[in-house]
Each structure stands twice: as structure tokens, then as C-alpha cells.
Design a protein around this ligand. Sequence first.
Ligand code: ADP
Length: 395
Amino acid sequence: MSRVLVVNTGSSSIKYQLFEMDPQKVLASGLVERIGEAGSKLTHRPGDADPLVVEERMADHSDGFDRLFKAFEATGGPITDLAGIGHRVVHGGDRLTAPTLVDDAAIQAIADQAPLAPLHNPPNLLGIRIAMASFPETPQVAVFDTAFHQTMPPRAYRYALPADLAGELRIRRYGFHGTSHAYVSRKAAEHLGRPAGELNLVTLHLGNGASAAAVAGGRCIDTSMGLTPLEGLVMGTRSGDLDPAVVFYLHREAGLSVDDIDDLLNKRSGMLGLAGANDMREVARLVADGDEAATEALDVYCYRIRKYVGAYTAALGRLDALVFTAGIGENNDAVRAGVCEGLEGLGVALNAKRNKGRSKGPRTISADDSPVAVLVVPTNEELEIAEQTLAVVGG
Ligand code: ADP
């Protein structure tokens, strides 16, 4: 029993990876997309072999899981030897603060958080139920995106709202991408050869969604996402921070409904709203062509991050390392340079040549005499979920 299947069930997709944990290896991975829509598709990657692509209608998630189990059978045999199945669950609220063995009480607790993440927790739970039915003897573990941030003190997680109302509705900052921030914090400490307990870090997860975290001695003390993933940094399609009065103004002046504004701020803002492109590679192409809107958008993007780095340096009292991760953080040297530019006063000195280099593993991109180490640390949320799952099931 040395294998772990990691499952991330979304509203119309299932992402999965099967790990051999000892010695560690990815045996297979894949993605089921557009479930219940036209053009459903399964892409299954069995280890180093060619991917298997199945394009046929998948009416619901049960269909999707059936198809992916069949893909295992067709390529390397059925999934066996499972120590556990690890499920990514977006919202654990303030009750589910650690990876949790799934039982009836845990299922109820995950369902109870659904109002806080209505688009995510219900499909996450559906994935858990289907996996339980398919593998009744295998322990299932839920790993929460919010869990790592539950060590934030009240001064970081509370909004200045009437206490009774906020308490009743559980309105507070929760933070997301916790699995990634936890993973890269640990890897950063390993790379620096120092105990995590001694280090103060700012971790920047810059993907389609983006968030910053202040991590003191391995524990999160602040993060930029809030009640929902909308708060904080400028993202691919999300605005990040804005004056809440913008919402009332849009309603009163433009006649937009709550749902319209929700859609506008989550799906049509951010880099898409500013530059007309949500993918940073496309933004980079526009900037290279001299597009003014894209150039300014990139400046807004980097400046917002820089402000958070400054704020979190103050919150931490001392910064040892700044860590870039996720699609943009790992691959976009212009963004990394734009973030670090002007932070010399805080002890951040980038080495331009190292910043442009590439490597598969963690690397240092700061100058040798930079008081703050600047690192690129590739994230691996699936592996982190697999390791946490194994820890819960006692492997
Ligand atoms: P998600 O949040 O969906 O997991 P990712 O972490 O993959 O997203 O990040 C997506 C962003 O990363 C996109 O803006 C994309 O332009 C950028 N990105 C991903 N891979 C690369 C790459 N190889 N080079 C440059 N940018 C990349």
C-alpha cells in the first residue's frame, strides 16, 4: 500500500494524479474536462507513455470517473495498492484546519462550508462521494486550500465589520492556495539549508489566480485572499483589492445586479479588464508590440504585488526570502523583475542573469550580497496533497 491517488474535482472537470510514494514517482496523471457540456474530453497520461485521449460525451461526474478508471485499465491496469485517495477541497472554513480523514462528520462539515465556496465545495464533495463508492475500502482524505492560513491571528483575518454580524455569517479572511504556499515555504527552507522554523518568508503564488502569504517560522501570519479568492493581488480575470464602494457605484450608476457585478469582478476584470488578455504570455506579446494598455496593466500588476511585499515585510518584522511560484512566478522573469524593482531599500537585490535563467527545481535569483534571498520554487500542489494524505493514513 504505497500509492496515493490525488483528485481535484471541479464543476466541469476532474484533475488527477497517481503517485507511487516510495520511491516517489508519478505513475499517471490526467484531466477530464467539459463534463456535462459539448466536447467532453479525457486526456490520460500513463507515466512516460503517449497520452490517451478520449473524446466522447460525459454527462456527469460519475461518467467522468468511469472513463478515467477505464483509461487506467486500458493503459497499465486498474488502480491498485492504494494507501489513500487525497481530495483537494477549496474551503474548510474555520473548522477544518488540517487534512482530514473523510467520515460522515467530515462530509457534513465540508457541506457546511458550501455557502462560502458555492462553486467549489459541492463538486469537491461529489468527487469524494464517487471515489468512496468506487473504492469503499480505501481511506479518503480531504486537504483544504484554506487550512495553511488558519494560523493567521485575528488582527490579520478580521474585517472591521460589526462583530455580531461577521460572527454569525462567518465573514472573515480565510485565504486560499494554502497547499501551494505550504509546499513552497518548506521547499524554500530546504533550498536555503535552514530550518523552516527560523525563516520569515513572503511567498507569491502567481498563476491565473494569485495570492501572497507572509510566513513566519513555517506558519502563515497573513495572506492576500480573503473571504473569497477575489481579494488581494491583480489576477488573470479578478480585480483583487478595490474600494467596496465600487460595487454600490456600479449598481447605482450602471444598473448592474449583484450577479452582474460578481461576474464582472471575478471573470472580466484583472489583466483581462486592463489589458484585454488574461494570459500573461499574451500580455507579454502585447507589451513587446508596444501596446500601451498592456504595458500599464503589467505595471499595475507588479506594483500591487510590490505593495504586499512591503506590507508583509512590516508584518513579519524581518524578511529572509521572497519566493516566486506558479505559472507566472516560475516562468515570467519580467514580472519577477518588475516586482523586485524598487525593493532595494528592503534588502531585495535581484541578479538579472540568474533571474533570466531556467531550472526545473528551486533556485536562487538574488545577488550574492542581497540581504533578502529571492527564490523561484516550482509548486507541486498534487504532491503536497499526496504527502499530507499519506501522513493522515499513517503511511
Ligand atoms: P492556474 O492558476 O490555472 O493553475 P498557472 O499556475 O498555470 O494557472 O498559471 C497560468 C499563468 O501562468 C498564465 O498567465 C500563463 O501565461 C503563465 N504561464 C504558464 N506557463 C508559462 C510559461 N511556460 N511561460 C510563461 N508564462 C507561463
